[in-house]
Design a protein around this ligand. Structure first.
Ligand SMILES: C[S@@+](CC[C@H](N)C(=O)[O-])C[C@H]1O[C@@H](n2cnc3c(N)ncnc32)[C@H](O)[C@@H]1O
Length: 425
């Protein structure tokens, strides 16, 4: 009888994720969705993700330290083991456990088993104090392909503050189905000025009280703002045009609107159905291309368009490594085609909330400026964003949208980058 291969450890799986992100340009979310961590139990799955994310956040520093101990860069797989070990040790990991586990991991490798001595020597050195200068090293910087356009848009000081937020990572934010103050009290969380509930040390999400009952869903505080701007009313017909995995659909349905959730991806649409079922909410789920959708006309539309996702780097530090910006031109064109089509599906007097989780003005402010030029009679509803609780007047843009950035709320733990505007026909 053939034996099943042994279950991989969290560290081995984290190194696999790093190899794929840094070697193959794959996104961690895609790897996980296609089953990369399926053989781990939930706790190890969370640990593998955390280890890979921590390593990517600290990689710039780890590489600086490792350079002092390596005559030449080792093969990527070996380098990634050293990076992961260095970051764990510099973050206070147990030296004995980390070094032994990683030496064991390379020891069994067919091709690089002979580099066991190198891993052992370098990581022991790190554990014996070479990593002490970790906190004195430069704050990890964004990669040049992304840093340059962001500096041009927001200035060097703001980008430095964003990098600080990226390095710190993100707390867990929840949107309450009912009263957010009561949820914050129940989970010992912080009620944020905009109405989300923030947990600083959450652990396994599905083990938190209220998860099975569907009392809340995970959604960054910034990501919860577009549906608040749309302010759907009970009975209104609302199209959520790019809906999956469904955080905003849940908000619209919880407000009592008659929601149609549309998405191109059937696999991702399945997540919307699961989320609706868990939270006891309903929406009509349609799998299809937004550009060909012919339903409506609708009272209101939420267009959370596919974008560079550069606003989510706190939670997805793999993004700057897996991407190089080459796809962004096509995304910008798709966003403006979707925006035009969405406007054609509105009732007279209807409203459209356009948003992207991007830090690039081309995917936000510029899209709205250009839509206003293309559509005479279209206007921006500045009050829809300015009058919301918790919105700082400094976040309102010239054309009347809302610009959110990871360096905002530095004392509360930051927020995702987002652009949001409410357009009226
Ligand atoms: C930013 S995500 C949406 C996140 C979602 N609104 C939420 O809050 O959970 C963008 C979505 O657009 C979908 N998408 C991409 N191209 C599309 C198209 N042509 N038509 C419909 N959906 C599309 C993707 O599958 C993806 O789920």
């Amino acid at each position: 009888m053939s034996q099943r291969p042994p279950q991989p450890s969290a560290r081995r799986s984290a190194v696999y994720l790093l190899d794929q992100v840094l070697g193959e340009g794959r996104l961690m979310s895609d790897l996980i969705a296609s089953g990369a961590l399926d053989r781990l139990d939930p706790a190890d799955r969370a640990r593998a993700q955390r280890l890979a994310n921590d390593t990517l956040r600290g990689m710039d520093r780890a590489d600086r330290l490792l350079k002092r101990h390596l005559r030449k860069p080792p093969p990527l797989h070996v380098f990634n083991i050293l990076r992961l070990g260095t970051v764990e040790l510099c973050n206070g990991g147990d030296a004995h456990g980390v070094v032994n586990d990683l030496v064991g991991l390379i020891g069994g490798h067919k091709r690089y088993g002979n580099l066991k001595g190198l891993i052992n020597a370098v990581l022991r050195n790190m554990a014996d104090g070479a990593g002490r200068s970790w906190n004195d090293l430069r704050l990890p910087r964004l990669r040049k392909w992304l840093r340059d356009p962001l500096v041009q848009a927001w200035g060097g000081g703001a980008v430095g503050a964003m990098e600080k937020a990226h390095f710190a990572g993100a707390p867990l934010d929840l949107t309450a189905k009912g009263d957010p103050a009561a949820l914050a009290a129940q989970l010992d969380g912080t009620l944020l000025p905009t109405g989300s509930v923030r947990l600083s040390d959450a652990g396994q999400v599905s083990a938190l009280p209220g998860y099975d009952a569907g009392d809340w869903w995970v959604q960054d505080a910034a990501a919860a703002m577009p549906a608040r701007v749309l302010a759907a009313q009970p009975g209104e017909t609302v199209l959520d045009m790019c809906a999956a995995p469904g955080g905003k659909t849940l908000q619209l349905a919880a407000a009592g609107a008659d929601v149609t959730a549309l998405d191109l991806s059937e696999r991702r649409m399945e997540r919307v159905r699961e989320n609706l079922a868990r939270c006891g909410l309903s929406a009509t789920c349609v799998t299809g291309d937004a550009l060909e959708h012919s339903g409506g006309p609708y009272d209101a539309i939420l267009l959370d368009a596919p974008c560079s996702a550069t606003g989510t780097i706190r939670r997805h530090p793999d993004l700057p490594y897996a991407k190089d910006g080459s796809e962004f031109g096509a995304l910008i064109e798709l966003q403006s085609a979707m925006l035009d089509h969405a406007l054609s599906l509105l009732k007279p007097g209807g409203r459209l909330v356009f948003c992207t989780c991007s830090l690039l003005p081309d995917e936000g402010e510029c899209q709205v400026d250009e839509a206003l030029a293309r559509h005479p009679g279209l206007s921006v509803d500045r009050a829809a964003v300015a009058d919301l609780p918790g919105v700082d007047p400094a976040w309102i843009t010239e054309e009347g949208g809302l610009r959110l950035r990871p360096d905002y709320w530095p004392d509360l733990g930051g927020m995702d980058g987002f652009y949001i505007a409410c357009l009226r026909v």
